[in-house]
Each structure stands twice: as C-alpha cells, then as structure tokens.
Design a protein around this ligand. Structure first.
Ligand SMILES: Nc1ncnc2c1ncn2[C@@H]1O[C@H](COP(=O)(O)OP(=O)(O)OP(=O)(O)O)[C@@H](O)[C@H]1O
Ligand code: NI
Length: 318
C-alpha cells in the first residue's frame, strides 16, 4: 500500500545573517497507513523543521530540496490553495506548545465550528454533532462546548487540540511535542489518548518528541534524529531492545523509565554540533566514546529503507 507520508532526501537550510544554517540533512522518513511513528531527538536537532516542511509553513529564508509525498502526491508541486486545503483537512497539526494555540477569548464551540467551516460545507447542526462526538472521544463533556479555553486545565486544552486536529478525519496527524509542559501522569494520559483516537479513526500519526521513554510506548516505529540527520530507525522493539547507534544507546540510558521515582535526569554529556558548520565526518563524533579514525574522515552511510543505522561502527560490525 502507498505510504501516507513519504519523505526522501529532505534537506533544509535557512539563510541568516551569520551564514547558512544546515538544519535537515538528507532525511528519509515514511509513515504507512494507520501507523504511529515517533521522531525523537534532542532540542534543536530539526524535528519541528521537518513538521513545518511537510505543512509548508515557516518558509522564510528557507531552502529546501528532496521530496515530500503525501498520499502519493508531491507536495512541492501543489499550489498555495491546494496546500491550504491539505492542511487541516487531510493533515492535522498539533503544534508545539499547542495547549496555548487555542484563542483564549473565543468559545470552544466557535473554534470547532470555524475549523470545520473553513474546509467543508455542512449544515450547522451536523457541525455541532461532529464537534460533540469529537469532544466525547477525548473525554471532554460536550456540554462544556460553550466554555472558553481558559476555563480548561492545560491537559484538557491539549485534549481539545487533539479533538480539533481530528475533526475532519485527516489521513495524517503530526503532533509536535504533545506532552511537554504537562506533568508525568497527564503526559501518559495524553499520549494514550492520541494513540487510541488515532487507532479509532484509522489515522496515521507522526509524533515528535525529545523524550524517547515516554513517546515510544505508543509507537509502531521510531526515527532517531541527531543534528538534522536520521541516525537510526526501526520498530519500537528494535530501538528499545537492541539500539545500535551510540546516540540511541545514550538516549535510552540517559533517564530511568517514567514512573520510577525520583526521576534521574543525566542527559548526554556534550553539545550537538553547530548548524552553521559543515562536517566532513560523523556529526556525533565529539560526543561518542566509541569513535575511531573513519568517523572523522567520512560520513557514515545514510539511513534508508534498508539501512537502519547511520554509524560506521555498526557497518564495520555488520
Ligand atoms: N527560520 C529559521 N532561520 C534560521 N534558523 C532556523 C529557522 N527555523 C529553525 N531554525 C534552526 O533550526 C534548528 C532546528 O530547530 P527546530 O525547531 O526544528 O528543532 P527541534 O528539534 O524542533 O527543537 P525543540 O525540541 O527545541 O523544539 C535550530 O537550530 C533553529 O535555530
Ligand atoms: Ni520543536
């Protein structure tokens, strides 16, 4: 079956006064029909840039190459009108820090109705019924439709955003850090809700996070991103049980699993490389304890459909 989202060789640069920022480098990523895929990496590695490239937003000073296909269609060939139609109706987006994305001064009901009206022609009664159904699905009492967003808690606002993004039954939802800024218990509720709603509606889900431990529980497959590159990809089991890239291994050991108190945050020592520099060898080199000569001289092979790890070590070991 045709993948819902198929990204091939995506490279994104931004020109700025200080020079060119190389943010995404030859990224290959796929989301199949009905699949839940995680995109995981540290802050600044390019996750949101990937999401925004798919949605064609944040285009200022952006230079992009490679291909993004959605339901088989090359997105770069679509005009603005078609792209707008795609966003919201066919691709739902839950932006980063989205619990604050609702307009606090507009009643929930109105925001839901306007979202539907922007894309489909439907009698008001049906729009209301649809909105009520979606609210029930995310366990928010439909009777509260007349309330203002500020009358809901952060976790509830995140539920509202999930409901809003799913209103028009899009084929794909992109959720950018859907649980950040929520406490641990609510985080788990929200990601389970995302999963259940996606499964219920047979929606594919690309979920972005810096938190491998929390997000992995709902994913079928995972992509690990480092400094704008996919360094490892695999099924959830492969990534969690037998991580091969030293970065993935560090991500996994950098924190105890959620719910084990007290949570110990070690982080990974060192900093990611500058987006302004172009590196000849592996970008993880400086933070890797297992690097050897080749790592400095030559880029490891890219992750493609077949190769699932981008590391000289793994290719030497086989
Ligand atoms: N318009 C732009 N101009 C210049 N640099 C940009 C632009 N947009 C993003 N960047 C840079 O791209 C890099 C990746 O940013 P991005 O927001 O994609 O990271 P992220 O992985 O989503 O991080 P976080 O987890 O903190 O949200 C950052 O260094 C950022 O400064
Ligand atoms: Ni981000």
């Amino acid at each position: 079956m045709m993948p819902v989202l198929d990204i091939e060789g995506l490279t994104v640069d931004f020109t700025a006064r200080m020079g060119t920022h190389h943010v995404l480098k030859n990224v290959n990523l796929r989301v199949e029909r009905g699949e839940i895929v995680g995109l995981i990496g540290e802050s600044g590695c390019g996750k949101s840039t990937l999401a925004m490239s798919v949605l064609d937003i944040n285009t200022r000073n952006r230079h992009m190459s490679g291909q993004i296909r959605f339901m088989g269609e090359d997105l770069q060939k679509l005009n603005r009108e078609k792209m707008r139609e795609l966003r919201g109706r066919h691709i739902g987006f839950i932006p980063q820090a989205s619990m604050n994305a609702l307009n606090p001064l507009v009643r929930v009901k109105k925001q839901f109705i306007e979202t539907i009206r922007a894309h489909v022609d439907m009698p008001e009664k049906e729009m209301l019924a649809l909105s009520r159904d979606m609210l029930s699905l995310v366990s928010i009492d439909p009777e509260r439709m007349n309330a203002f967003p500020y009358e809901f808690s952060g976790g509830q606002r995140q539920r509202l955003m999930i409901a809003l993004s799913m209103l028009l039954s899009p084929e794909l939802i992109i959720a950018d850090e859907p649980t950040t800024a929520l406490d641990a218990m609510i985080q788990l509720q929200i990601i389970d809700l995302l999963k259940n709603t996606a499964r219920e509606k047979n929606t594919s889900l690309l979920v972005i996070s810096h938190d491998l431990h929390t997000i992995s529980r709902i994913c079928d497959r995972i992509y690990i991103m480092y400094a704008g590159r996919i360094v490892e990809t695999g099924t959830k089991e492969e990534i969690l049980r037998s991580p091969r890239h030293p970065y993935t291994q560090k991500l996994l050991s950098s924190r105890l699993p959620l719910m084990v108190e007290p949570v110990r945050v070690k982080g990974i020592p060192g900093r990611p490389p500058s987006t302004l520099k172009v590196y000849q060898g592996c970008e993880f080199l400086e933070r890797c304890e297992r690097s050897f000569e080749l790592c400095r001289e030559k880029k490891p092979p890219e992750c493609t459909g077949r190769a699932r790890v981008s590391c000289h070590l793994c290719h030497v070991e086989g």
